[in-house]
Design a binder for this molecule. Sequence first.
Ligand SMILES: NC(=O)c1ccc[n+]([C@@H]2O[C@H](COP(=O)([O-])OP(=O)(O)OC[C@H]3O[C@@H](n4cnc5c(N)ncnc54)[C@H](OP(=O)(O)O)[C@@H]3O)[C@@H](O)[C@H]2O)c1
Length: 340
Amino acid sequence: MREILVVPYDKAWPALYERERAVLADVFGDLLLDIRHFGSTAIPGMHAKPIIDVIAVVRQIELVDAYSDAMIRQGYSPRGENGIPGRRYFVRLKDDGESHAAHIHMYGPGNPHTADELLFRDFLCADSEARAKYEAVKLEAAAKYRFSPEEYTDAKHICVLEIMERARQYYGMTLIAAADRNWGIGHRGAPLFRVPADLRRFKALTMGHALLMGRKTFDSLPTQDSLPGLLPGRAHVVLSRDPDFSPPGVTVLHGLDDARAYAQSQKTFLIGGGEIYAALLNDCALALVTKLDAAWEADAFMPNLDLLPEWTMTQEGPWRETNGLRYKYCTYKNRAPACA
Ligand SMILES: NC(=O)c1ccc[n+]([C@@H]2O[C@H](COP(=O)([O-])OP(=O)(O)OC[C@H]3O[C@@H](n4cnc5c(N)ncnc54)[C@H](OP(=O)(O)O)[C@@H]3O)[C@@H](O)[C@H]2O)c1
């Protein structure tokens, strides 16, 4: 019977992954689009089952079956989909012929399992609290279900789901906006209002992350030497349909799917304006809204989150006041973000 062993991190694991990578590159050649180390052995410092998990993305998943004999010759046993549609799964055993050395998970392009596994890995690498919690749950489950791999996996399940939800919020798109009572956000190409404390909060929240915006919002950034000024310490990602639009220091994307893919790769704040908020609202897990207790003339608006059933206000700060202007910070959560 296979024993669940969770052992301290081994510095040899990255080299063992490299060995798997080299074999797969050799066997599959041009069919391979991407190879990644994932799972717990890919998270430096964390206890793990000493099995090297590999994701390999291929041009066409059906073509993998023709390579089964070549994989068998390299010591892998083909297991078909093994419960995950669209996957081809291979297991390599250790010399004892029983314990597992490597699991190879092969997918075609765009399979959501690839993105989920890499998101989980990256979040655990980035968040020490989540890593410590997951490690503790794994150690407890391994002690309890040493000879029962299924019960071991079940015992971790809730913790994995919780970490995935946090990871999606961490990496996905977070909307950030300042709106008046009518959800107005701008007039004649400029923001409706600028409250210094709100701008400082915007800076603190977004520092080190990406800012995704529409071309008109980019044009409304305070200028430097007659060019829109870049906000320091943050990547600027601008949506435009204009193929000739290419300002220096900016990543230009030409479609919403490109924006969605970008936001899966790193924490991204959707900073407006009205057209972009409306187009990508469903992709955001959280919305941080500074609400102004006033109504001004506006020609750009964001969607009214109080009227949308999928959005719930989860935090409402106290009213604050500056120069007679009242505002408060509110957090909204999307119950079913499209990115999830
Ligand atoms: N209060 C706030 O929090 C806040 C935040 C941000 C902005 N604002 C204000 O909002 C106003 C701007 O909002 P807006 O709605 O007029 O414009 P916007 O959303 O900032 O930008 C619209 C532009 O984005 C590009 N775009 C839109 N959909 C696209 C798609 N599917 N693919 C590729 N590109 C796409 C197009 O650029 P091209 O025309 O180049 O193709 C379009 O003209 C300004 O007044 C600004 O100051 C306020």
